[in-house]
Design a protein around this ligand. Structure first.
Ligand code: DX5
Ligand code: ZN
Length: 225
C-alpha cells in the first residue's frame, strides 16, 4: 500500500512566526514545500535561500523547493546549499531539462519536474526515469489560495500510469487548491504526496487543519485509494 504524504506549503504562512508554525505542524506532516517565485516566470515574488535556510534550521523534515523561476540552472545549487533536499523546476523555461536535472542531482538534491496545467505532460514524461518527483500543478502557478482545477485531474491519472510503468517510479505530487473537499479527488487520481498551503496556514488553527488532512489521508490509505 502506498503511504500518502502531506507536504504543507508555507507560502501563506505568517513569516513573522514561520519557525513556530512549521514546528507546530511537524508531527502531522512529511515534507515542507517551499514556493520560490521570481516575478518573471510568474507575476509574483516570494523568497530566496535565506527563508529555506531558516526553515531548515527549524525542522528535521525534508524540504522540497518548487522553483517558479526562469533560471533554475543558476539558482538550484544555491537552494541546495540552503537546505533543499528536493528541487522541482518547470521544464518549459530551459533549453535542456536533462541538464537542469543533472545540475540538481550533482548539487546533492533529488530533482523533480513541475507540470503547469497548460503545459503538456509529454515534456515531463520524457524524463520519468531521471527524476524523483512529478509535481502536478492543479492551479496555475503564482499564488496560494486558488481553486483546484478539475481539468488538471486527467493529467494526474496519466502521470500515475506513466510512473507505474516506469522503472524508476518517481513520486506523483499534487500542488494547488487542495483542501478537505478536493483531497479525495487528488489522491484517487493518483497523487501520493499532497501539498496544502492555505488549507493549513490560512486558517486560525494550522495544527487542527494538518491533523484533519492527515486523518483523511490515513483513511484513504486504509481504503487503498
Ligand atoms: C502555487 C504554488 C502552490 C501553492 C499551494 O503557485 O506552487 O504550492 O502555494 O497553496 P494552496 O494550497 O493554497 O493552493
Ligand atoms: Zn508549489
Amino acid at each position: 500500500m502506498t503511504r500518502l504524504l502531506l507536504a504543507p506549503s508555507i507560502l501563506t504562512a505568517d513569516f513573522g512566526r514561520l519557525a513556530d508554525d512549521v514546528t507546530r505542524v511537524e508531527p502531522y506532516i512529511d515534507w515542507v514545500h517551499l514556493d520560490v517565485m521570481d516575478g518573471h516566470y510568474v507575476p509574483n515574488l516570494t523568497f530566496g535561500p535565506s527563508i529555506v535556510e531558516a526553515v531548515d534550521g527549524a525542522t528535521d523534515l525534508p524540504l522540497h523547493v518548487h522553483l517558479m523561476i526562469t533560471d533554475p540552472d543558476r539558482y538550484a545549487p544555491i537552494f541546495v546549499r540552503a537546505g533543499a533536499d528536493r528541487i522541482s523546476f518547470h521544464p518549459e523555461v530551459v533549453d535542456d531539462p536533462a541538464r537542469t536535472i543533472g545540475i540538481i542531482r550533482e548539487a546533492g538534491a533529488g530533482p523533480g519536474i513541475a507540470v503547469h496545467p497548460d503545459v503538456s505532460l509529454e515534456k515531463a514524461a520524457k524524463h520519468v526515469e531521471e527524476v524523483d518527483v512529478l509535481l502536478m500543478m492543479t492551479v496555475r502557478p503564482g499564488f496560494g489560495g486558488q481553486e483546484f482545477l478539475p481539468e488538471a485531474v486527467p493529467k494526474i491519472v496519466e502521470a500515475r500510469s506513466i510512473v507505474d510503468s516506469s522503472q524508476h517510479r518517481p513520486a506523483v505530487e499534487i500542488d494547488g487548491g487542495v483542501k478537505p473537499s478536493t483531497l479525495d479527488e487528488a489522491v484517487r487520481a493518483g497523487g501520493e504526496i499532497i501539498v496544502a498551503g492555505s488549507a493549513i496556514f490560512d486558517g486560525v488553527d494550522p495544527v487542527a487543519a494538518a491533523q484533519r488532512l492527515r486523518a483523511r489521508l490515513d483513511h484513504l490509505e486504509s481504503e487503498g485509494a
